[in-house]
Write a protein that binds this ligand. Sequence first.
Ligand code: NAP
Length: 255
Amino acid sequence: MPQNLNMFSLEGKTALVTGANTGLGQGICAAYAGAGANVIGVARRSCQETADKITAIGGNFTELIADLSDINVIPHIVEEAGKAYGRVDILVNNAGIIKRCDAVDVTMEDWDAVINLNEKMVFFLSQAFAKGWAADNKGGKIINIASMLSYQGGIRVPSYTASKSAVMGLTRALANEWARYNINVNAIAPGYMATNNTQNLRSDEQRSDEILSRIPAGRWGTPEDITGAAIFLASDAAAYVHGFTLAVDGGWLAR
Ligand code: NAP
């Protein structure tokens, strides 16, 4: 690797990525392994497809099965992650759900499900790793996956908008407290990406056309599209980047 690109290398680092079995999480896992990191993928189902992609490029991957809807699972995650490769250096809070429903019909059950995973887990999992990082003084990287709905209201997804707006706020709040420990807390706000998350939207021809016509790049994003930003924010190259949410959105927010 040319000398000036070494700063982007994740060689010798260990990354823990939630929601690692599919979509953006899977893309980030593969990219981190390609950049040299050991990767721990947390998911509530098998990550075999992710493992196969990483094995194919000679990388290291460990699967950690956990349901992230309840924060009581956090001690188990921290303990098992430590057993895999020793110290975790990078945490990617990627797992997230969306419930589409008119605001007047949203149930408390659906509201709690979205907030518990997209917001509460993001905070308490970050807290769990940051505690260790602040204590050993070796720093760490947290990358939260935000959304266009960290900036905008959206339509028929009020719980998701609330959670993703909180993710951008938390990214700033935690950076303010933890930058002094060399912990970089940043976020990526993906635009409209072709994953399970947007399956219903893409199946609705009218909504799909509306969205596509508004994206300056003229296409849905892919998991690969966010990997450059994910590697950057996890690497030494981002040492002085704190509390920022980087949009990878085909220009959506520029409109
Ligand atoms: P996805 O394919 O639906 O991936 C979501 C991931 O979260 C899956 O691995 C899913 O596992 C996992 N997950 C959901 N509930 C879980 C639970 N209780 N415990 C453990 N894991 C759980 O969608 P994606 O697009 O890759 O989403 C990744 C992140 O990007 C999410 O935070 C999403 O909000 C965000 N995002 C996506 C877009 C987009 O356009 N796609 C745009 C902005 C932000 P299962 O497969 O088991 O459900």
